[in-house]
Structure formats: structure tokens, C-alpha cells
Design a protein around this ligand. Structure first.
Ligand SMILES: [Ca+2]
Ligand SMILES: [Ca+2]
Length: 231
């Protein structure tokens, strides 16, 4: 039983690695004037929006990966009270989708920036309305980069846009985001393949290696879902 569990773990590992990328950016390639399909909304109307924040310009490491990330300010020469939105390009989600990205506050003494991750099923509306967006996650940043993950499974088959919002805060400094990635699972296809293989003459060893015929080497294998000892 123990060995069969090992085999099951190997299959699970294979399934987990079958996550495919729907959209990702580390905000490295965008020139400062162009956020490659992202929309900027200045809902508080103070003229300040999300901006690309670059190690080379600051003279210190500010990005999570590469040299560039995206940031929004709650202080810039004076206190700001932002309601800034950064809205992704439209993407069509498959089964088992999720979004992940990293967040941090820039100034360790003023890192508790408030932010949220939102989603809309009404992409490409001409007029921005906060009411079109549903909150997936809302928290305060810390001085350390933290991974945020939001489950998007319920949006399978939908066209969506995902938004990063900096709001409900004043007089901190900058909140930063990097390594935005939306993935979906390839599990459906793999399960179909697995079901077919289980009925055919396909064998696996306990490391999960596949054989298309009865293995010649002595050992413990799995065939048709059953453990078989070959001597
Ligand atoms: Ca980056
Ligand atoms: Ca603003």
C-alpha cells in the first residue's frame, strides 16, 4: 500500500506540473510609457496612477524579479489618498485557473499599504465602474515580498480582467507588485489520458516512469491500476 501511495504521489506530481500559463508578466519589457495592454484608472482623480518602478532609476533593488515592478504611491512629496487601479488585458480562463503575484511595501517603516485583487466578467467596458469588479483578496502589505494566490476556478470558460487596486490608505509610501501570473490546469486532458492508459498495456514503475509493454526488469510495477511484482 505504501508503494502504491508513492505511485499515486508521482501521478499527482505530474498533474500539478501540468499547470499551463494563460498570461504572465514580470513588468520587465514594458517601456515606462506603455504597460502593454494594461489599463490605468485614477479613480480618486488626483492625477497619480500606477507606474513602472525600476532598480536602475532608484539605484537600489526594488523589484522582486528582474529590475522592474509596478508601484503606486500613497505619499509623493505629500500624503496621497489613492484609489488607483491597474487592470489586466482580457483573458479567457479554462478549468482550475488561479492568479498569483507578489506584493511588498517599499519603505520598511511605512509598508502597511492597503491593496486588493479584483476581477470582472465585463471586460472591455468603455466606462470604468468599480461596481463591475468583485474582490478576490484584500490585505495590507508588509516590508517583505509576499506571494498572493487567488483561486479562479469558478471563472472557467469566462472572459475576465484582473485588477490590482491600491486604496483605503494614506501617507505610507509605495506599494509594489511583480511577477503576475495566471495559470490553469491541464488536469482534464491528463485524466482522460490516464483513464485510457489504465485499460491498455501500459505499466508504470514506482518512480512513475511509463512502459508501453510488460517490463523485463524485476521489480514492482503498476498495471491497470493494480500493483504487480515481476520476478
Ligand atoms: Ca520584475
Ligand atoms: Ca490617483
Amino acid at each position: 500500500m505504501k508503494k502504491f501511495l508513492l505511485f499515486a504521489a508521482a501521478i499527482l506530481a505530474m498533474s500539478a506540473s501540468a499547470q499551463t500559463v494563460v498570461y504572465e508578466t514580470s513588468f520587465e519589457d514594458e517601456p515606462e510609457s506603455d504597460l502593454a495592454g494594461w489599463s490605468l484608472v485614477d479613480a480618486d482623480g488626483d492625477g497619480n496612477v500606477f507606474f513602472l518602478y525600476n532598480d536602475n532609476n532608484v539605484g537600489a533593488v526594488v523589484a522582486h524579479s528582474g529590475v522592474q515592478c509596478i508601484a503606486s504611491a500613497s505619499w509623493m512629496q505629500s500624503a496621497l489618498t489613492p484609489d488607483n487601479w491597474l487592470i489586466s488585458p482580457t483573458m479567457t480562463l479554462g478549468e482550475g485557473a488561479k492568479v498569483e503575484l507578489y506584493v511588498a511595501g517599499q519603505d520598511p517603516s511605512y509598508a502597511a499599504e492597503h491593496y486588493g485583487i479584483f476581477i470582472t466578467e465585463n471586460p472591455s467596458e468603455d466606462t470604468f465602474t468599480a461596481d463591475d469588479f468583485v474582490c478576490l483578496h484584500e490585505a495590507n502589505a508588509t516590508a517583505n515580498w509576499e506571494l498572493i494566490e487567488c483561486d479562479l476556478a469558478e471563472y472557467a470558460g469566462k472572459d475576465v480582467q484582473i485588477a490590482i487596486r491600491h486604496f483605503n490608505i494614506t501617507d505610507m509610501f509605495y506599494v509594489k507588485f511583480d511577477d503576475f501570473k495566471v495559470t490553469q490546469s491541464g488536469n482534464t486532458a491528463i485524466n482522460e489520458v490516464k483513464a485510457n492508459e489504465m485499460e491498455s498495456n501500459v505499466w508504470f514503475d514506482l518512480q512513475g516512469r511509463r512502459y508501453n509493454e510488460r517490463p523485463q526488469t524485476a521489480g514492482i510495477y503498476v498495471n491497470n491500476g493494480k500493483k504487480v511484482v515481476i520476478k
